[in-house]
Write a protein that binds this ligand. Structure first.
Ligand code: G6P
Ligand code: MN
Length: 456
C-alpha cells in the first residue's frame, strides 16, 4: 500500500511515521512518499524520519515536490498543509487582533482567512487524486480548519475524505486518566463541529461516569480543561467542552491576553520552527532533536488559556500530554486506526469529521460534523446520537456552520461579498465595520487570500 503525505515537510509528520513503523500487520503501508512545496523543509523531515526508522522494519521512504507524482497510485493520502506557511498564520492572527477581535489559527476570523486560501488548493488535490490515485483511495484530512476543508473536499471525494483532529481523542485520554480507567473501554458521547464540540457522557461498562468526574475536585483538576475553563464552569455546564470553546466562552479575556502578550502563537512558532528547520540537518541525531523540539512546542500550546505566555516554561508539562502522541492515540494514532479499519476491516469507532446524514437533526445532511463514527472496509458510518444537542450547542453549531458554508462558497466562486457575510455573521466578530476590515485586511496581508477573492 502506498501512502502519500502532503505537507510532508511539516513538523508533525514524524508522529505519523512513528505509528507506521511500529505497525507490522498485513496489509501494511509499504511505500511512503512525502510531498511538500518547500524542498528545505522536506529535506529536514526526511532526515528526521530516516533517523527515527533506525532499528525498525520501516516502509520505503521517498520525497518529492511534485503533487501528481506523490498522488499517483496512492491508496491513502494524508494532508496537513499550510498554504502561506507560518507567515500566513501570523497574518491570520494579527489582522484580526489589530481590529480588536480574536486572532487564532482555526477559531474565529483567522480560521476563515486560512480556509479561504486553502479550499481551492485542497480541492485541486482531490481532483488530482480522482485522476491518478487508486480508485478507492481515501483522503485523511488534517489540514485546518479541518471541518471546513473536509466539507469543501466532500463535494469532490464524497465519503472518501474524512477529517481528523486530535482534540476529541486527547480529551478522551485525559478523561480516562482522570477516572483511572483504561482508555480503550471508555466510550465518549461527543457532538459538535471541529474545534466546537462537547463531551456529554463518558460511558464505562454501561454507566455514565461524567457526573462522578465533575463532582470530584482532585480528579477533575488533573485535566487541562479544568485549567482552561475552571471547575465552576464545567460543573454548571454539566459537560466538558472541547478546549477550543475557550475562545467562545472566554472570548474577551482571550483576546485581551493574546493582545497583551509579547508574541502570538504564530510569532513564537515562526521563530522556533525556523530555528529548528535551519539547524536539524547539522545534528548527529535528527530524531532526538525533533523530539526535544516537540516538547518545546507543546509546552506553550494554548498558553493564553492558562495564564501564561508563548515561550514560558510550563509547570504542568509532565501531566499534560498534548503532542506527546502515544502511538495508539492522538494525531497519528487516529489516522492509523482509520487506515487499519479501511484496509483490514479492523472495525473501530472514533470521533471524526464526516457528513452529518441526519445525525444532528437540525443540520443539513451534507454538513460535516464531528461525531463518533464507526469505520470499516465499507467506509464511514456515523453513529446515531441518543440525544440531540441542546439549544445552546445547536445554536452555536448552526451559526458557525452557516459561516463555514459561506466561506466555502466565497472560496469556490471567488466572491468577496460572501466572505464579507461570513466574517460579519461569525459570532466572534459582532461588527459590520470589523467584518469589512477583515476582508480588506486579509486581502492586503495575504496574497493567496487576495488571489482567491479577486478571481472574478
Ligand atoms: C491541536 C489542534 C490542531 C492545531 C494544533 C495547534 O493539535 O487539534 O488542529 O493545529 O493544536 O498546535 P500548535 O502547536 O501549532 O499551536
Ligand atoms: Mn484540530
Amino acid at each position: 500500500m502506498k501512502l502519500a503525505i502532503l505537507g510532508g515537510g511539516g513538523f508533525r509528520t514524524p508522529h505519523v511515521w512513528e505509528a507506521l513503523i511500529r505497525d507490522t500487520a498485513t496489509p501494511r503501508v509499504t511505500d511512503v512518499v512525502l510531498m511538500d512545496t518547500d524542498a528545505h523543509r522536506l529535506a529536514a523531515m526526511k532526515a528526521v524520519l530516516d533517523s527515527l526508522a533506525v532499528g525498525f522494519d520501516a516502509p520505503a521512504l521517498t520525497s518529492t515536490t511534485d503533487l501528481r507524482e506523490a498522488l499517483t497510485g496512492a491508496d491513502f493520502v494524508f494532508a496537513a498543509i499550510r498554504v502561506g506557511g507560518l507567515d500566513g498564520r501570523c497574518c491570520d492572527e494579527h489582522v484580526a487582533l489589530d481590529l480588536g477581535v480574536l486572532g487564532q489559527e482555526t477559531t474565529g476570523p483567522g480560521g476563515l482567512a486560512y480556509a479561504l486560501r486553502t479550499i481551492p488548493v485542497m480541492r485541486h488535490v482531490a481532483e488530482v487524486m480522482q485522476e491518478v490515485s487508486s480508485p478507492r483511495a481515501y483522503l485523511l484530512n488534517f489540514t485546518n480548519p479541518a471541518g471546513i476543508i473536509t466539507e469543501a473536499v466532500q463535494e469532490v471525494l464524497g465519503d472518501r475524505v474524512l477529517g481528523i483532529c486530535d482534540t476529541p481523542s486527547g480529551l478522551g485520554r485525559r478523561v480516562a486518566l482522570a477516572l483511572g480507567k483504561d482508555a480503550s473501554r471508555v466510550q465518549m458521547d461527543y457532538v459538535g463541529l471541529n474545534h466546537l464540540g462537547w463531551m456529554r457522557r463518558v460511558l464505562v461498562d454501561g454507566a455514565d461516569l461524567l457526573p462522578q468526574l465533575l463532582a470530584d475536585d482532585a480528579a477533575l483538576s488533573t485535566m487541562e480543561e479544568a485549567e482552561v475553563f475552571g471547575l465552576p464552569w464545567l460543573r454548571t455546564l454539566g459537560v466538558i467542552p472541547n478546549e477550543y470553546l475557550y475562545y467562545y466562552y472566554d472570548n474577551k479575556d482571550a483576546v485581551a491576553a493574546i493582545r497583551a502578550a509579547k508574541q502570538t502563537r504564530g510569532d513564537f512558532l515562526k521563530v522556533t520552527q525556523t530555528r529548528f528547520y535551519d539547524t536539524v540537518l547539522d545534528q548527529p541525531d535528527a530524531g532526538a532533536y525533533w523530539r526535544a523540539a516537540v516538547d518545546e512546542r507543546g509546552a506553550s500550546y494554548m498558553a493564553e488559556a492558562k495564564g501564561r505566555q508563548q515561550g514560558d516554561p510550563n509547570p504542568h508539562q509532565q501531566d499534560e500530554v498534548h503532542d506527546s502522541d502515544p502511538a495508539d492515540e492522538g494525531y497519528a494514532g487516529v489516522a492509523l486506526k482509520v487506515m487499519k479499519a479501511i484496509s483490514r476491516n479492523e472495525r473501530a469507532t472514533m470521533i471524526l469529521n464526516v457528513r452529518n446524514r441526519g445525525t444532528v437533526h437540525a443540520l443539513p445532511d451534507d454538513a460535516v460534523v464531528e461525531v463518533p463514527t464507526m469505520v470499516d472496509a465499507n467506509g464511514v458510518h456515523p453513529l446515531a446520537l441518543e440525544t440531540q444537542p441542546t439549544l445552546h450547542q445547536l445554536g452555536l453549531m448552526a451559526s458557525v456552520k452557516s459561516v463555514e458554508r459561506l466561506v466555502i462558497e466565497a472560496a469556490t466562486k471567488g466572491d468577496p461579498q460572501r466572505a464579507f457575510q461570513a466574517f460579519g455573521q461569525h459570532p466572534l466578530v459582532g461588527s459590520i465595520r470589523v467584518a469589512g476590515g477583515l476582508v480588506d485586511g486579509y486581502r492586503a496581508a495575504i496574497p493567496q487570500v487576495d488571489a482567491v477573492l479577486g478571481r472574478r
